[in-house]
Design a protein around this ligand. Sequence first.
Ligand SMILES: O=C(O)[C@H](O)[C@@H](O)[C@H](O)[C@H](O)COP(=O)(O)O
Length: 248
Amino acid sequence: MDNEPAPLVEVHDSPDALASAVAGELLNRIADAQAAGSVPHVCLTGGSIAEKIHREVLRHAPGSGVDWGAVEIWFGDERFVSADSPDRNVGQARAAFLDELGVPAHRIHQAPPTDGAGSVDESARAYAADVDERLVSRGEEFLVMILGVGPDGHVASLFPGFEQLSVTDVSAVGVSGSPKPPPERVSLTYPALNRSGAVWFVVSGEGKADAVARALASDGTVEDTPARGVRGRTETTWFLDTAAAARV
Ligand SMILES: O=C(O)[C@H](O)[C@@H](O)[C@H](O)[C@H](O)COP(=O)(O)O
């Protein structure tokens, strides 16, 4: 990973300013990719700042030039709960902007919920197969991988000290006993997360300042701070508010 470009750090005055900046940049990237003739793959994250970003995407969408029928939407992780649970990342994203913008269901890729898979591992296998068929087998990559970061430095559902950090032979993996509820989740693995042109970490709040500092430090381990294990092939950007940037 030492030939990847150094991470960029962009600090905004507030969570709202952070969300607006990320949303605007995302719209530009999607529109540019479509203008160049591709159907871009965009990987969203769960979490609270993501909700703000999604609503800003909806607000800024008019005039962006994005064709919402020609974007493939993915999730870095998903909670293994029922399809109608408010905890589903896909449900939150559909409510916040995907449905309103008319993104067709076949363009929205999700790890099956409990009413669609017999176990979290079965759900992970199904999601991994989707990633492998739609990206890996075609030599494609995520245009943008958006990742929230936990106070412990986790990204997606890759948590410090968990065995899933070392899983590299599949694109997605089941996680049980998550320290962040709900306990069962499906997460993209590092090979899938790193199959990205641009990786954007989106982080807000003083509770994340230590994790951000650990992630950006010159030394440290992926085991302790999983965010350290993800880099974009051409870009890695940390979108922070001033509180999350306090120790950078
Ligand atoms: O499904 C999830 O829970 C997320 O994908 C998770 O990785 C999240 O992005 C971080 O925990 C940050 O969440 P907050 O932004 O809410 O702190």
